[in-house]
Design a protein around this ligand. Structure first.
Ligand code: CMP
Length: 153
């Protein structure tokens, strides 16, 4: 099954939205395989957002991402990357559809509640950037046969 990374940003933590957002992922049927809080270093944020380093918002983004701990998780499921991207909504909270995480909780392009992996390559890189092998739990979820058809497992 595919794995994807979600980083709940400092606005989610400050606003008490962490439980609500994890609840959404659990109810969808995504399997939580890693969960931790971490205060990201400047080096990690610079690496994570390297593709934005020349953008005018980069300094503000770095400051924001280091202003409180991040709640980092790995979710597993069939097509988990695409499913979680859809649940997150588009980057700008003002444009994100109602029913998505950003559409429901954000009115900002920068303070948009969560970062989610946008491709298989990004998911792999982010998994290694934010987690160690021991953070990942390969637990047996007994309800999986009720969440998926036989051909999907
Ligand atoms: P994220 O999905 O984590 O990827 C890059 C982040 O940069 C994005 O969410 C926003 O937090 C931030 N971002 C993207 N575009 C802008 C912008 N135009 N102004 C400010 N912040 C932005």
């Amino acid at each position: 099954m595919e794995k994807t990374v979600v980083l709940l940003k400092p606005d989610a933590l400050q606003r008490g939205l962490v439980g609500e957002i994890i609840h959404r992922f659990e109810r969808k049927g995504l399997k939580l395989v890693a969960l931790k809080m971490t205060k990201a270093s400047e080096a990690i944020i610079e690496e994570h957002y390297a593709h934005h380093k020349d953008k005018p918002f980069f300094a503000g983004l770095k400051k924001f991402m280091m202003s409180a701990p991040l709640v980092c998780m790995v979710l597993e499921g069939k097509d988990a990357i695409a499913v979680v991207r859809k649940m997150a909504g588009v980057t700008n909270g003002r444009e994100a559809e109602y029913g998505t995480i950003r559409g429901d909780f954000s009115i900002s392009q920068s303070n948009n509640i969560a970062h989610v992996s946008d491709s298989e390559e990004a998911a792999k890189e982010e998994l290694h950037r934010f987690f160690e092998e021991a953070d990942l739990h390969d637990w047996d979820r007994t309800i999986s046969p009720y969440l998926y058809g036989e051909d999907e497992l």
